[in-house]
Design a protein around this ligand. Structure first.
Ligand SMILES: Nc1ncnc2c1ncn2[C@@H]1O[C@H](COP(=O)(O)OP(=O)(O)OP(=O)(O)O)[C@@H](O)[C@H]1O
Ligand SMILES: [Mg+2]
Length: 467
């Protein structure tokens, strides 16, 4: 379609759209008010002029009815001499008995067309086209018409006044429109300016510049939008940084086992290696491969869980039983490290709805951590209890604990408090990230309480199964 370019300009700018809309409304109001004012003035002015003219003609006719003689006629003519009006007095045969001014051919037409005997107060009211307003009255004596009084009032002053008024209204309207138009565009620009800034900001975000900080003035919808955009850019920046960090961490994590695999397989390729040594290296290669396999599997599970793409097999089961099963599984390794393990079961059996295998995985992760990061001779306490509508599982140890500033991070993937120490223990920092994700997918929470040097407590809260 072939649209005019200015229509496109208006369509593409909110400020112009708003300005035009308000201006059109204002113009309609101004135009209606102007028209009303104009016609009110015109009616008032015309009725004043015609009223005065007929009234004068009528009063002259009345005076002449009493004394239709030359003295009264000249008296009437003299009265009108000084005014802008003109009076013509005729007898019953249309003969002019006197006039207060010159009778032009146009005036003659009015006079010759008059019908003596009829009361026609205003003969001609057409002030726009005719040069005069004409008012005629018969002079009556005993019910008989003996003459006629015709009065002429020039229409030029009326036209001048009306033109003057119209021009004044137009000028006033024009000036008001210009002022209001300017004001409206200014106001709409003021409203729209933040939007334009936001458009620019989101464009920059799209180009990958996340350090956007839009100014926030007030608390209206526009300010809230600016706040949301700022928030969005912070989040994107955070995720971007996290992604970069994650990539760096994962490559670091992969490098160690791969270096082992490469190194030992190189050694194995030497022919003159004793069998014992050879078996030892094969064992190391096996261990590193398992570690790599576990890491990749864990990362894969975690990312599927985060995307909501992981299927859980939900069943109703006894959580206290699941805890007991896990405890009997870790008991031996705890004993081996001389760690005292103590269990405080709930008073009654407790049921939850969930994926038993995944919940077991969480419990193993946490208990395994307690064993790994707690020195020999320490204790691990496991408590299961009901609190309102939740099952609370608390696993507390008396080990070194987690520094307060790091508690928030240990549930992030690949995060370890002391990188070198925990690498010795074979951890890659993904256990708690998976545990947290699993618990949250079960509509529960995983909290960590710890004071450095005084142990750590991991508190799982899950909804109790109904019925
Ligand atoms: N009971 C605990 N006491 C002290 N520190 C702990 C404890 N549990 C976890 N941590 C710290 O939190 C970090 C993260 O734990 P997480 O289980 O996520 O990873 P990991 O044990 O290092 O490796 P993975 O579990 O993947 O084998 C650990 O590296 C450790 O530094
Ligand atoms: Mg762990």
């Amino acid at each position: 379609m072939n649209r005019k370019p200015w229509i496109d300009v208006v369509r593409n700018h909110v400020s112009l759209k708003l300005g035009f809309l308000l201006l059109s409304i204002f113009f309609i109001i101004l135009f209606s008010l102007g028209s009303i004012l104009y016609s009110l003035f015109l009616n008032f002015y015309l009725s004043h002029v015609t009223g005065e003219l007929t009234q004068r003609a009528h009063s002259h006719a009345m005076v002449l009815s009493d004394h239709f003689e030359s003295m009264t006629i000249s008296h009437v003519l003299r009265m009108e001499k000084g005014s802008s009006n003109m009076v013509v007095i005729q007898d019953r045969y249309n003969n002019v008995l006197g006039s207060s001014g010159e009778i032009t051919p146009q005036k003659w037409t009015s006079l010759s067309h008059s019908h003596i005997g009829l009361i026609t107060p205003i003969v001609s009211e057409d002030w726009k086209a005719k040069p005069f307003l004409v008012s005629q009255y018969p002079v009556l004596q005993n019910g008989e018409t003996i003459g006629e009084v015709t009065m002429f009032s020039p229409t030029a002053p009326i036209r001048e006044s009306v033109n003057f008024l119209r021009n004044m209204l137009l000028i006033a309207g024009g000036i008001t429109l210009i002022i209001v138009g300017g004001l409206l565009f200014f106001i709409s620009r003021m409203i729209v300016r933040p939007l334009v800034q936001m458009k620019k900001a989101t464009g920059e975000i799209a180009e990958g510049k996340y350090s956007i900080e839009l100014p926030i003035k007030g608390n209206d919808e526009v300010a809230q939008l600016a706040e949301s955009i700022n928030d969005m850019s912070h989040r994107i920046r955070f995720y971007q940084e996290q992604r970069n960090e994650f990539l760096a961490d994962i490559s670091h994590e992969l490098r160690t086992p791969i270096t082992y695999l490469k190194g030992y397989s190189d050694i194995l390729s030497q022919i003159d290696l004793p069998v014992e040594e050879r078996l030892q290296y094969v064992k190391i290669i096996g261990e590193q491969s398992s570690r790599l396999q576990r890491l990749v599997k864990d990362l894969f599970d975690l990312s599927r869980m985060e995307q909501g793409d992981f299927s859980f097999h939900i069943n109703r089961f006894r959580i206290d039983e699941a805890v007991t099963d896990v405890l009997s599984l870790v008991e031996v390794s705890m004993d081996d490290k001389n760690i005292h393990l103590e269990y405080f079961p709930p008073e009654t059996p407790l049921f939850i709805e969930g994926d038993r295998e995944r919940i077991t995985q969480v419990l193993i992760n946490i208990l395994e951590n307690a064993r790994k990061y707690t020195p020999p001779g320490s204790s691990v306490y496991v408590r299961v209890a009901k609190n309102d509508n939740s099952v609370v599982i608390e696993i507390e140890d008396t080990g070194p604990g987690i520094p307060e500033s790091e508690i928030a991070y240990v549930t992030e993937r690949l995060y370890r408090v002391e990188k070198s120490r925990s690498r010795e223990t074979g951890g890659s920092g993904i256990g708690l990230a998976i545990s947290k994700e699993i618990i949250e997918k079960h509509h529960g929470t995983l909290r960590i309480n710890s004071v450095e040097g005084h142990g750590a407590a991991f508190i799982i809260q899950l909804p109790v199964a109904l019925g």
